[in-house]
Design a protein around this ligand. Structure first.
Ligand SMILES: [Zn+2]
Length: 423
């Protein structure tokens, strides 16, 4: 393929590798939120040297923000001086804990063959590096480009994004009059365009009982037995019902192409003894039992219906169980989002994938949420996708890695998107 822009990225392969390694070597662990300022400073220094304007923004008062672990974000912008759209690449700079089972140094950024290893290599410092190289190469190779480009490195995506993209979106950084196209280089793989994600509702359900001596349970009322009836109802009626609810969203893996429910935890009766305790339990009837539910819902479902479906189920249990009472507490909710396939950033990325890889792009939707939720709901910006190198199943795993060729190919795709939208 003879294309000067693609050639420019080929000549920067070593720079791409070095940048990804440098980013991996800054251990931005979340929790607790380490080295956020260091990684923002690193990127700021690099981009300012090339004429970018950089803002460092601390999410004061956001969950987890403290003087010990400040929530720093970086937003860099370069203007062509000519009117046009703004394309924004948003990457989270935090990584999850290392965990066990590594055979490589998790913060070594070791290059072995085509792979760079390290925590965050695929999720998502490889994608961040690819977007930086793509933007730099595009600006260098395109003297008469129009509009502006932004690159952000944001905090706390792994813990909800409240000290990161949500904080910036609330302050207008993703307002449609400032930014027109957003690409989030999460590890969805270089030939796939991720249009959005399913919705989430987390709720705590508690059943109530009455405490009594365990030798005379008939004098009390067991909240655990009441919860057993709830679980039976979920098992025999709710799960089969959810399995019938299919979606037009192209969710991957395909087993997630329906409504799902996970019971995250269950607890009833007296508190768990502390680890190592040798004390015997006391005989009591459980006066309360709680479960945490994680319901993932579809673009075809309304969150009000999702909630009332669960309430109706609990009311059915109540109607046939004397003494059954319950409470529901909302913990967290996110609306499903799915960008239109005809949106400009989607069409442009699909064409670039075809050009670089010689194959038709796949359209996918993520089973779980990521920062697009804040850009959509708070920023009100609909022209947003996730697109980046790396294999999703490697995220959060031991010996996480990103492929150099995958990074280079996705950098080429991103650069061609810039040329299409700003060239
Ligand atoms: Zn991620």
């Amino acid at each position: 393929m003879t294309d000067a822009l693609i050639h420019t990225i080929d000549t920067r392969r070593d720079a791409l590798i070095g940048l990804a390694q440098d980013l991996i070597r800054i251990p931005t662990l979340n929790p607790p939120g380490r080295n956020y300022r260091e990684i923002c400073d690193y990127l700021a220094t690099r981009l300012m040297a090339q004429g970018w304007t950089v803002e460092l923004i601390r999410a004061h008062g956001a969950p987890g923000d403290s003087d010990a672990f400040p929530r720093w974000n970086m937003v860099a912008r370069i203007d062509s001086g000519r009117p046009g759209d703004c394309v924004h690449f948003n990457s989270h700079h935090d990584v999850v804990e290392v965990g066990h089972g590594w055979t490589r140094d998790p913060f070594g950024g070791e290059l072995d063959g085509d792979r760079i290893y390290g925590r965050g290599a695929c999720d998502m410092k490889g994608g961040l590096a690819a977007s930086v190289i793509a933007a730099e190469a595009f600006v260098a190779a395109t003297p008469d480009w129009r509009g502006s480009i932004e690159i952000s490195a944001t905090a706390d995506e792994e813990s909800g994004g409240y000290g990161g993209v949500a904080y910036l979106a609330e302050r207008g950084y993703f307002a449609p009059d400032r930014v027109q196209h957003v690409i989030i280089p999460e590890p969805l793989h270089k030939d796939r365009i991720c249009l959005g994600h399913r919705g989430v509702w987390w709720a705590e359900v508690e059943t109530h009982g009455r405490i009594a001596h365990g030798s005379m349970p008939f004098l009390g009322d067991s909240a655990i037995r009441h919860m057993g009836a709830v679980l039976e109802e979920i098992e025999h009626h709710l799960y089969p019902l959810l399995a019938t609810r299919k979606t037009a969203m192209p969710v991957v893996p395909p087993q997630a192409r329906q409504s799902t429910l996970n019971i995250n935890s269950i607890h009833g009766g007296e508190p768990e003894p502390p680890p190592g305790s040798t004390a015997l339990p006391a005989p009591c009837v459980a006066d309360r039992c709680r479960i945490i539910l994680d319901r993932r819902f579809l673009i075809e479902e309304a969150i009000d219906e999702v909630k009332s479906e669960l309430r109706a189920m609990l009311d059915r249990v109540q109607s046939r169980r004397p003494g059954f009472t319950y409470t529901i507490r909302d913990l967290f909710e996110v609306q499903p989002v799915m960008t239109d396939r005809d949106a400009p950033v989607v069409r442009s990325t699909a064409a670039a994938i075809e050009r670089v890889l010689g194959q038709v792009a796949d359209y996918v939707v993520s089973p779980g949420t990521y920062d697009q939720k804040h850009i959509d709901r708070i920023g009100r910006l609909r022209n947003c996708i996730a697109y980046g190198p790396g294999l999703l199943h490697l995220a959060h795993q031991p010996d996480e890695w990103v492929g150099v060729q995958d990074m280079a190919d996705s950098a080429k795709v991103m650069a061609l998107v810039l040329r299409d939208l700003l060239g």
